[in-house]
Design a protein around this ligand. Structure first.
Ligand code: PAF
Length: 283
């Protein structure tokens, strides 16, 4: 399996692939790969000749230095996992922070037409500028035909679609369904950091989303949000940061329900110091 550590090395490989009309899928990751990532990669392999997997813990999207420092880094294990999927059709790109940012580890400023100010944007200062900066950079370096992102980070997915349109980037963004443990917990690299007690309790998040969905059939978004807040107030282990029922396209909080609109429930919860997010389509 080819592992590229610098932009110069991968630039050369991409030029060769492009000159042979080989189609490229990109799966950007921050490593600590799990079956959710592997499902994106497998989809990429079905739809492209090769898949580039980037593994890079992007400092500019973290607003909390402790979270950045503790983010799991398991590169050797990640590469072994990728080898099980394919040794010749996957290229790995694991740049250093210097390779990507030089001496200025700074995010560019983006205007995502307001998508960036909702939910995660309210609680993670500058997060989507960091995501926009790194994803745009990877698109420019890897020049993928298609790029794959999980719906677990649904707001991120909508923002990346907006990035592509606004900056006229020649890449098709593919959103892939959330991959869940058998107990419903959405797969996340952060799950690795959960202690047994939190891991056992975390499926409560998805269960609550499911009940919220059924309540939304007959109740208003406000009433459902109040119910979710009360459920978490009773939970001694998990702390709710936010719950929001929002319109799928604009991510704005749902007002009066309309049959013509699609809605999604979004949630962020602290399990100790680990922040978990999830979401569910409501109609
Ligand atoms: O979703 C992630 O893992 C990250 O936000 C991404 C898209 C790899 C950018 O660093």
């Amino acid at each position: 399996m080819k592992v590229f550590k610098t932009k110069t090395e991968i630039d050369y490989a991409i030029k060769l692939l492009k000159s042979d009309n080989i189609t490229i899928g990109l799966v950007p990751t921050m490593g600590a790969l799990h079956v959710g990532h592997l499902s994106l990669i497998k989809r990429g392999l079905k739809e492209n000749d090769i898949v580039v997997v980037s593994i890079f813990v992007n400092p500019t999207q973290f607003d909390n230095t402790d979270d950045l420092a503790k983010y799991p880094r398991t590169i050797a294990r990640d590469i072994e996992l990728l080898k099980i999927v394919s040794t010749d059709k996957i290229l790995v790109y694991t740049p250093s922070v210097e390779d990507i940012y030089g001496n200025d580890v700074l995010a560019s400023k983006f205007d995502f037409d307001g998508l960036e100010f909702e939910m995660e944007g309210r609680f993670r200062n500058g997060h989507f500028d960091g995501v926009g900066t790194i994803v745009k950079r990877f698109f420019e370096i890897v020049k993928p035909n298609k790029a794959y992102f999980g719906e677990k980070d649904f707001q991120q997915l909508q923002i990346i679609k907006k990035l592509v349109v606004k900056h006229q980037l020649p890449v098709i963004v593919v959103g892939c369904e959330i991959y869940r443990d058998s107990n419903g917990l959405a797969m996340s690299s952060r799950n690795e950091r959960l202690s047994l007690q939190y891991r056992q309790e975390a499926p409560f998040i998805y269960k609550t989303l499911q009940t919220a969905k059924s309540k939304f059939g007959t109740k208003s978004a406000n009433k459902v949000s109040e119910w979710v807040t009360r459920e978490f107030a009773k939970n001694k282990i998990l702390n709710l940061e936010y719950f929001s029922i929002a319109e799928t396209e604009t991510l704005k909080p749902a007002g009066r329900k309309s049959n013509k609109k699609k809605y999604r429930a979004f949630i962020a919860v602290y399990a100790g110091e680990i922040r978990l997010i999830d979401n569910l389509a409501l109609n």
